[in-house]
Unconditional design. Structure first.
Length: 439
């Protein structure tokens, strides 16, 4: 980030200030540091039944090496013991699951999945290992079907309809923001109805981002954003810490002339972003100081990036892919590796689908792409579990295999800490202390 740009942004935000929250918003008694919750807490065992998983390779999600021949004991819906075989005593009468040849991981957490009253789709997601997901930006009514589900569903975190600027993009899924008071009332309403986050969409002007962030801070919920027209570093300076899609960094790292051309094109027609992203990214020189400065700034401010690479993937050698698309994706992919090395927290988000995705397995493809970008398999497992749980602000309950945490677990054939492709071989899923049936 240039000195001139920093100065410009500081002056902008000092002049903007922050309008105080309304008395209506302050009238609610919000706990200081809540553990954010899903809208559909799953049923757990109706008693204190004990399960033990034995002889398994333990990959706890915390980034350390796998522990061979481990034992995990679950009572009800909680993990009560975990460790090497000779360190854990199995209570009499426990139901035993033999994990020989398999790895035990925390349930996967998907930071970016969209659904619309589609319980079948969510059931498939769960059976493929995702025990927790967040829909960033869709109305809460899209999840009414959860209340009538007969099969087990992943834990669902919602943000409510995204906050967008006029004239909006998906207007039936958005709140078109009028002013600061509208932001405050909208967020208060979302929280009242179960929202555990707020999503900014790309037409929302920069001048509103600080108000969104500070209002969300009052309710102790995170803000995530899909950016196209606002530069990522400007949004970070306004307080944003969650960025969805690698493409959200495009205008902040591109040549200023290319970035301005892209912005004008998208302002004229939102659909121009589809091809325009690839054209913009195909021209980006990742070796510039501008890229380094933005990444350092993002890392310093504890930014979390959910790159959703699988949804943008375009590969050279594909007859349906133009050269600039493949070049653009290559730069996106390389940028994610650079972001990781710079200290930006990377999390796994599937965004449902992609050109090279097997239906229902976009999450696994995203994990593969993150490894190819330079993250180690253990890094990616942490990005898919504990770091995502931190992103959701629910890490005290979920995201790792530790004593006292909820028993959301997956059994995987093989060793994904060495070969991430093993994540395509999920054999059993436990949600809240109960095994999920595969039929």
């Amino acid at each position: 980030m240039t000195v001139a740009k920093i100065s410009r942004c500081l002056v902008f935000f000092m002049s903007l200030g922050f309008l105080f929250l309304s008395s209506e918003a302050f009238s609610q008694n919000i706990p200081a540091n809540p553990s954010l919750l899903e809208i559909n807490p799953p049923d757990g065992p109706s008693n204190d039944k004990v399960n033990a998983i034995v002889g398994v390779r333990l990959i706890d999600g915390l980034g350390g090496s796998a522990v061979e021949n481990a034992t995990i004991v679950i009572q009800g819906n909680r993990i009560i013991e975990v460790g090497a075989k000779d360190q854990v005593k199995i209570p009499a009468g426990a139901a035993i699951t033999d994990g020989k040849g398999m790895s035990l991981l925390p349930g996967l957490v998907d930071s970016h999945f969209h659904s619309a009253n589609n319980n079948k789709q969510l059931s498939t997601l769960l059976k493929n290992g995702v025990t927790t997901m967040r829909d960033p930006g869709h109305p809460i009514r899209f999840y009414q079907a959860q209340h009538f589900a007969t099969a087990k569903m992943p834990r669902v975190y919602v943000t409510g309809a995204h906050l967008d600027g006029y004239p909006g993009v998906y207007v039936q899924q958005a709140a078109l923001i009028r002013d600061g008071d509208h932001i405050r009332s909208q967020i208060a309403e979302y929280v009242k109805n179960g929202s555990s986050g707020i999503k900014i969409y790309f037409r929302l002007p920069l001048k509103y981002i600080e108000t969104v962030v500070k209002t969300a801070d009052f309710y102790n919920i995170p803000v995530v954003a899909h950016l196209e027209l606002v530069d990522a570093d400007d949004a970070i300076m306004a307080g944003l810490r969650g960025i969805e899609h690698v493409t959200s960094f495009g205008t902040s790292i591109a040549d200023p002339k290319d970035a301005e051309e892209f912005r004008k094109s998208v302002q004229e027609d939102s659909n121009n972003r589809r091809a325009g992203r690839y054209l913009l990214w195909s021209k980006i020189d990742l070796s510039t100081d501008r890229v380094k400065d933005v990444l350092e700034f993002a890392a310093k401010n504890d930014v979390v990036l959910s790159p959703t690479l699988a949804t943008f993937e375009k590969q050279f050698g594909d007859s349906e892919v133009k050269d600039y698309e493949a070049e653009g994706f290559k730069n996106m992919h390389d940028f994610v590796g650079m972001a990781h090395k710079a200290g930006v927290k990377i999390v796994t988000g599937s965004h449902n689908s992609g050109k090279y995705v097997t239906p229902g397995l976009a999450y696994q493809r995203e994990m593969e792409l993150l490894v190819a970008a330079g993250l180690s398999p253990l890094d990616v497992i942490s990005s898919s579990t504990i770091i995502n749980a931190q992103y959701f602000r629910t890490q005290d309950r979920l995201g790792s295999i530790e004593k006292g945490k909820l028993a959301d677990l997956i059994l995987v054939e093989g060793n994904p800490s060495v070969d991430i492709k093993a994540m395509y071989s999920i054999k059993k899923v436990m949600l809240n202390g109960e095994w999920v049936e595969n039929n």
